[in-house]
Design a protein around this ligand. Structure first.
Ligand code: BES
Ligand code: MN
Ligand code: ZN
Length: 490
């Protein structure tokens, strides 16, 4: 790895020495520039144990952070590793002062797992076709060796591997076509993840949702032949102290969003198979949490529904009643995420949540506000805000804060009901968050709108790996670690 234009540092020197001082000449011949993510592969002429040595550029030292480091390693490994690749990452003390050995090691482990994900699940005769929607669909794992690193905590590396595997699970779920992963399929995936992690599991079917008066999620499902459902995954902290609090992670699980009667334009609608990215992040995070064991109880809630167009679909102007009794005028059937989350967040309150996080591919306005690489978060709890910032930073996932302006509450009013679901284009990401907060029962609340970073579209930002990102898994799991107060592993 190299930053700036200099190939310097003991890691580089050692390789150069083995190559009889030929490294810099070879690098120059290969056109290596140390631009972020740039890879040059050099032959080693039998002088090194490895047949080839790859140089990975990390760009300007003063502009390198955990996110860009992670992305560069991910893209770099994807570039150099074919099937069954074996890669050694060498520590180089000429890295910027901000990059600790442990961080680099962690990012390398993550990258080695993340390159195992492929979007091409239905190519080449379909032998990699999903068995049960999200199974398989990985390449051979990349074997990673960390060479010449100063002391690195093995636990942190094990955690990084867990977090990256969980991220790939979310990516597989987001990538799955809606024809293969409907609401029932998503709930089945949640059940399987719970079983694998030894978590308690419960699913509320449509009948149960009706009994509970969850009219908002039910209305979203009305247009679909597949009924909505809510999955609940429960993790219990090992210590008694951790069980005094309950962190709820509530995910939007719209397995396809046509927009409903307020139908979306055709262009790019296929991306709406990924409108369950929030739920996928919750499922992934819960599997990581089961392994990382934070000192706080955590419940994951998946709000699964399909937003379709049919004779039984909800209409603009309809009024629906959520589980907490608030009535909602549906001005736009495409603002369905906040409807399913209203009942999901209310369910978290009913389960006794002391802290509530909702996460969703919620608004186009979120992308307008922060652009393609970052999620937006909102909170009414400074403590949760601090924890989220730290968790996202450690996870290498970007999250920018949006304000909670009380003036905008008025935009949620309706002439016929307690709330409307579509206050219009101004600050639409903020008003969506404010809407959901109304169902959090006054509990400390944190909202994450991941519409933009959930899926990196081709050509949008070159230094970010393309396709489903599995956004949110690592941040949510690390948030649980932080809120649990466990030091060193968050
Ligand atoms: N699922 C969409 C938001 C979305 C857009 C996610 C693009 C990922 C990429 C959401 O359900 C939606 O349609 N939001 C509308 C709401 C509006 C009609 C009030 C939006 O933000 O445009
Ligand atoms: Mn929508
Ligand atoms: Zn949606």
């Amino acid at each position: 790895m190299a930053t700036g234009s200099e190939l310097a540092g003991r890691g580089i020197d050692a390789i150069d020495h083995a190559l009889g001082g030929a490294l810099r000449g070879l690098a120059e011949e290969a056109g290596f520039t140390a631009r972020l993510g740039h890879v040059a592969i050099l032959g080693t002429l039998g002088r090194l144990k490895s047949r080839r040595v790859a140089l990975l550029g990390l760009g300007d030292a003063d502009r390198l952070d955990r996110t860009r480091l992670g992305n560069a390693l991910h893209l770099g490994l994807a570039n150099i590793s074919g099937r069954r690749a074996s890669v050694a990452v060498a520590w180089n003390e000429a890295l910027p002062a901000g990059v600790e050995p442990a961080e680099l090691a962690e990012a390398a482990v993550e990258a080695a797992v993340l390159v195992g994900f492929t979007q091409a699940t239905h190519r080449g005769g379909g032998e990699r076709r999903l068995r049960g929607a999200a199974a398989g669909a990985t390449r051979e794992a990349t074997t990673l060796t960390l060479a010449g690193f100063p002391r690195v905590d093995r636990l942190r590396l094990a955690d990084a591997e867990v977090l990256a595997e969980a991220t790939n699970l979310a990516r597989r779920l987001v990538n799955a076509p809606a024809s293969e992963l409907g609401p029932a399929g998503l709930v089945a995936e949640a059940r399987a993840a719970a079983a694998a992690g030894g978590l308690k599991f419960n699913a509320l079917d449509a009948k149960e949702l009706r009994r509970l008066g969850y009219g908002a999620i039910l209305a979203v499902g009305d247009g679909s032949a597949q009924p909505p459902s809510m999955a609940v995954l429960t993790y219990s902290a090992p210590s008694r102290a951790g069980r005094r609090r309950l962190l709820a992670l509530v995910g939007k699980g719209i397995t396809f969003d046509t927009g409903g009667i307020s139908i979306k334009p055709a262009a790019d609608m296929h991306y709406m198979k990924g409108d369950m990215g929030g739920a996928a992040a919750v499922i992934g995070a819960m599997t990581a949490i089961a392994a990382l064991k934070p000192a706080i109880d955590v419940v994951g809630i998946v709000c699964a529904a399909e937003n379709m167009v049919s004779g039984s679909a909800m209409r603009p102007g309809d009024v629906v009643r959520s589980g907490n009794g608030l009535t909602i005028e549906v001005l736009n059937t495409d603002a369905e995420g906040r409807l399913v989350l209203a009942d999901g967040v209310h369910h978290a309150v009913k389960l006794g949540a002391t802290e509530i996080v909702d996460i969703a591919t919620l608004t186009g306005g979120q992308r307008i506000a922060l652009g393609p690489v970052a999620a937006a978060f909102m909170t009414d709890s400074p403590a949760m805000g601090d924890a989220l910032r730290a968790a996202a930073e450690a996870a290498g996932e970007r999250a920018g804060e949006l304000p909670v302006y009380a003036e905008y509450e008025a935009m949620l009013e309706s002439p016929i009901a307690d709330l409307n679901n579509s206050p219009g284009p101004n600050a639409s990401a903020i008003t969506a968050g404010l809407f959901i907060r109304r169902f959090a029962g006054g509990r400390p609340w944190l909202h994450i709108d991941m519409a933009a970073p959930s899926w990196n579209r081709v050509g949008q930002v070159k230094e970010v790996p393309q396709g489903p990102a599995g956004y949110g898994v690592r941040t949510l799991a690390r948030l649980a670690m932080r809120l649990g107060g466990e030091r060193g592993r968050g």
